[in-house]
Design a binder for this molecule. Sequence first.
Ligand code: BGC
Length: 389
Amino acid sequence: MAKKILTIAGSSLLLLTGCQSNQTSQNANEKKAKVTKEVWGKLPNGTDIDLYTLTNYNGLEAKITNYGGIVVSLMTPDKNGKLEDVVLGFETLDEYMKDSPYFGCIVGRYGNRIAKGEFELNGTTYHLAKNDGENHLHGGIKGFDKVVWEAVPDTSAGEASLNLTYVSPDGEEGYPGNLEVRVVYTLTNKDELKITYFATTDKQTPVNLTHHGYFNLTGGAKRDILGHELSINSNGFLPVDGGLIPTGELRALNGTPFNFKSPKPIGDDINFDDVQLQMAQGYDHNWILAAHKPGGQPELAATVLEPESGRYMEVWTTEPGLQFYSGNFLDGKYKGKGGVIYQDRWGLCLETQHFPDSPNHLNFPSTILVPGDHYSSTTIYKFSVKNEK
Ligand code: BGC
């Protein structure tokens, strides 16, 4: 790997490029995948937190921090080629540490809810941290979104990647077993943000890793996401109870406001007179993905078109479920990048995962990782434009 230390505006940057040769004539405008690193801030204990900038061959750019593996910004072109940020988030590390609704982070050990923070495994009842009323949400009080990951950039394959590793100790947030986790973000030269997840354990434990990006394809979060046209490759979803825990029913989509088999503006049915929508204050449910094959390749799960900008995003995954959360709890309390106030439905999450509360539903695909087995999962957010207007 070729390395170069640059000093820009007083801060040291480690520049890694995908090309081994001609390093001395490296030109900032050259079309080349690269990763740069800068110190972004400090934890209260003085630990430095870094911000990595991944740039692909076409100039798309993702800024990712090793605090929570958070994608802080993601610049993609609109139909006129204008690069703008398509994810919600904050400008500073301090704001992420203070209070974030999981903006852009890695979620683990268990993405989504586990009822009453309890599950039974091989005759033992485990008690997890309760951080969502009486339930456990997104890995607990200090989940993978709030830990410091060991980060190693990689451009050896000609693409900009960031390898993140974390060892979650036995008993963390109540989970059994030491869990070794690796997450690789790659901003591919096909304009995809590709996320691969790997894990191994020394005791049986539930694992359900996901990414919690809030997308707003207008660019710079100009307005809410109700005009975004969404399709989900699914025939059924999981109804929930008042605590947003699946009841165990698998409900067909036909004739319900949850039917996104063909592209539909998110705002079309969101206020429909429907108990499920009322309970979640909008969409906050898990869709069962139609194309999923256990152990198979990533399949198309969802598409999103923002008609004004022409930005189009496809979501591909190896996971069986997709949590579509329409940003119902963004109530104007967060001031994001560029001073934008994030109101209700200012961002949408498409979280690829196994089903919520699986450890308590034996009819759901298992989320239990066994010693000797290798957890692996891939999700791709692919960006392009559709010029329909
Ligand atoms: C959940 C929401 C929750 C949000 C937290 C989503 O994944 O489905 O219910 O409020 O995360 O920001």
